[in-house]
Design a binder for this molecule. Structure first.
Ligand code: ADP
Length: 399
């Protein structure tokens, strides 16, 4: 099947046109600055140079109209006719408690995604714009929504509830949902397959370490816990997010600095994490470089980052009563041998032993990096959320 995968943000749309038989993108790109001066579309086909198109893009529908135009253009196209697009798969951030797996988009599903927007006010409305646009432009093409939260819907109640008054859950559905589900599912499946092990019988911890970062505990194929919560702020230290933080400390800061909850939200999402601690950057490459030159706060950011991941590995090993496979993915997990080594050091008690000769210098490639004696297999597995969305879209349509 040929599937167009869309990840619509508030002012951008990432797209990939994927051939699911080949499991490969035949074209991909990004429309940026939608509705803002200086809009453009970057577009690339494998083994071809990237091309840029500039011009006003007023809204998401216009952006998608241009993208479809490029996909069937004589010069850059990959289809002769838009009828070659069998389906469109959308990344949708929040599926609430309603969506436990991907869903064929109907008017009812759209209404339910709209209702869930309350839980992801920055993301779901943007994702919906992509859905409305395709409905208008390709009304006969089936669309599927693939939710970041769906994979974690198997978490048991004792893992997803917050110890708040129960009425807040009943009133507003305040609970932990988790995100990056598409990535955790993809890399855990791929890692088991790579090792030749039966997925449904493994205890797996997946560390998705990118700008946003989360860990998931996957027991017998089901996510039983994950580090992000109601929002993506909980859990690991991220590029610019705090991760776990004493809510008492947060309220104390609001009172001391006399700032509103809205500004407080910006503080914990955009000015904290690796950037906040180091004062240098949110980019791990720059932090590693600065730490290498002896910068104390950069080193502190690395130490805190690794320590937080390590604590979650310990916690989730306990939650699953053991561990078979530890997976690293995301920009940092796939590329930073330094961070992988820091996280895995002194975890021999849990059966985790890294082989430096396999870990050192490994970037962006699927590989086992544990020693032959390590009872836990440690694997680097590049994520591919777009491919997972395409495969899920195909699965839902065939169902
Ligand atoms: P996003 O969550 O935005 O998709 P990515 O998964 O691309 O982000 O991850 C971005 C992070 O990966 C950045 O912190 C970047 O510094 C880090 N990264 C990429 N390459 C390397 C590398 N070679 N060494 C260390 N960190 C890297």
């Amino acid at each position: 099947m040929k599937i167009l995968v869309l990840n619509s943000g508030s002012s951008s749309i990432k797209f990939q046109f994927i051939d699911t038989d080949e499991q490969k993108a035949v074209a991909k790109g990004l429309a940026e600055r939608i509705g803002i001066k200086g809009s453009k579309i970057k577009y690339q086909r494998p083994q071809e140079p990237e091309v840029h198109f500039e011009g006003d893009i007023l809204d998401h529908q216009m952006a998608i109209e241009y993208i479809l135009g490029i996909l069937k253009s004589d010069k850059y196209g990959v289809v002769k006719d838009l009828s070659e697009i069998n389906a469109v798969g959308h990344r949708v951030v929040h599926g609430g408690e309603k969506f436990k797996e991907s869903a064929l988009i109907t008017d009812e599903v759209i209404k339910e995604i709209e209702e869930t927007s309350d839980l992801a006010p920055l993301h779901n409305p943007a994702n919906l714009k992509g859905i409305y646009a395709i409905k208008a432009l390709l009304p006969d093409v089936p669309q599927v929504a693939v939710f970041d939260t769906a994979f974690h819907q198997t978490m048991p109640e004792h893992a997803y509830m917050y110890a708040l008054p129960y009425s807040l859950y009943e009133l507003y559905k305040i609970r932990r949902y988790g995100f990056h589900g598409t990535s955790h599912r993809y890399v855990s499946l791929k890692a088991a397959e790579f090792l030749g092990l039966e997925y449904a019988k493994q205890k797996i911890i997946t560390c998705h370490l990118g700008n946003g970062a989360s860990v998931a505990a996957i027991k017998n194929g089901n996510s039983i816990d994950t580090s992000m919560g109601l929002t993506p702020v909980e859990g690991l230290i991220m590029g610019t997010r705090t991760g776990d933080l004493d809510v008492g400390a947060f309220i104390h800061i609001l009172e001391k600095e006399k700032i509103s909850p809205q500004i407080g939200r910006v503080l914990i999402n955009k000015h904290s994490g690796v950037l906040g601690i180091s004062g240098i950057s949110s980019d791990m490459r720059e932090i590693e470089e600065a730490a290498g030159k002896g910068n104390h706060r950069a080193q502190l950011a690395l130490d805190m980052y690794a320590y937080r991941v390590k604590k979650y590995i310990g916690a989730y090993t306990a939650a699953m009563n053991g561990l078979d496979i530890l997976v690293f993915t995301g920009g940092i997990g796939e590329n930073s041998d330094v961070m992988r080594k820091m996280i895995c050091s002194e975890l021999e008690y849990l059966g985790i032993e890294i082989d430096d000769s396999k870990n050192n210098g490994l970037r962006g490639k699927a590989q086992v990096i544990s020693t032959d004696d390590s009872s836990v297999k440690v694997v680097v597995m590049p994520t591919n959320e777009e491919l997972m969305i395409a495969l899920d879209t195909e699965y839902i349509i065939n169902k």
